[in-house]
Design a protein around this ligand. Structure first.
Ligand code: DGL
Length: 264
């Protein structure tokens, strides 16, 4: 039985959880949300380089971890080398799906939707230079879209038309045939994103890294001999556990029967 921790600033980890649990249901899952410091997409690199290892250190002190999934593009694109150098367990990162997008695109025009931090990262530029040098990549960084995903999962009212406004540059470019959802919050809004694009007769392929992460987890579990167990548990840990009832219900629907406070 492996203990898999899935860590994001907020609800984005749940989009990753849905992908991995579909492939590896018989493990223990810990969903870790640093909601006290949300959003990461507006934080400096220095802040994340301090905060993220501090959260993982607390988690490591608290319990056994077999695999950590850093389910956040914003953090992964800066902090993965530090995490891998500090902790003994394997760390799976989440980085923008630029490579598959460039392979799929026939028009060689790609949209990249991420947090303001991820679109500005040299890491992202390097991915584009390496795998999509023959493509024009239109980058949009939006923390409002991250907040809308939080609102949806917390069961709050939200105005879908804001998504249309955020997507305007994508909608304006009819040649874009692929849109990379490079923030783990965004697959949670996939239906709403599709419907806003459809209103303008735009149907790019939406790509995220969820399936690749799930495949990586399967591979790691096999390589490390982490056998599936019988009674898989699901625990949610939040750095601020004062959350609305709507979110607790959402967590329960996804199988998380326990919500605990992770004090960092
Ligand atoms: N879900 C995170 C990501 O993939 C970021 C959200 C935030 O800004 O906190 O980048």
């Amino acid at each position: 039985m492996a203990v898999i921790a899935i860590y994001d600033s907020g609800v984005g980890g749940l989009s990753v959880y849905q992908e991995v649990v579909a492939k590896c249901p018989e493990h223990d899952y810990i969903f870790v949300s640093d909601n006290q410091q949300f959003p990461y997409g507006l934080k400096s690199e220095a802040e994340l380089l301090t905060r993220v290892p501090a959260v993982v250190t607390r988690l490591d002190q608290r319990q056994r971890i077999d695999v950590l999934i850093m389910a956040c593009n914003t953090a992964s694109t800066i902090v993965l080398p530090t995490l891998r150098a500090t902790f003994d367990f394997p760390v799976i990162g989440v980085v923008p799906a630029i490579k598959p997008a460039a392979e799929f695109s026939t028009t060689k025009r790609i949209g990249l939707l991420a947090t303001p931090a991820t679109v500005a990262r040299p890491y992202t530029d390097r991915l584009i230079a390496e795998f999509a040098h023959d493509c024009h990549v239109l980058k949009i960084g939006s923390s409002d879209l991250v907040q809308l995903a939080e609102d949806k999962l917390f069961g709050r009212e939200f105005d879908e038309s804001i998504i249309g406004t955020i997507l305007k540059p994508i909608i304006a470019d009819a040649q874009i045939d692929c849109l990379v959802l490079a923030c783990t919050h965004f697959p949670l809004l996939e239906a709403e994103i599709r419907s806003q694009l459809k209103k303008h007769d735009r149907h790019p392929r939406l790509l995220d890294s969820g399936e690749a992460i799930a495949n990586r987890l399967v591979f790691l579990c096999q390589s490390f001999g982490l056998e599936p167990g019988e009674s898989a548990t699901r625990v949610a840990l939040m750095t601020d556990n004062n959350v609305e009832a709507g979110f607790v219900t959402q967590l329960e629907r996804m199988g998380f029967s326990e919500l605990q406070h992770l004090i960092v």
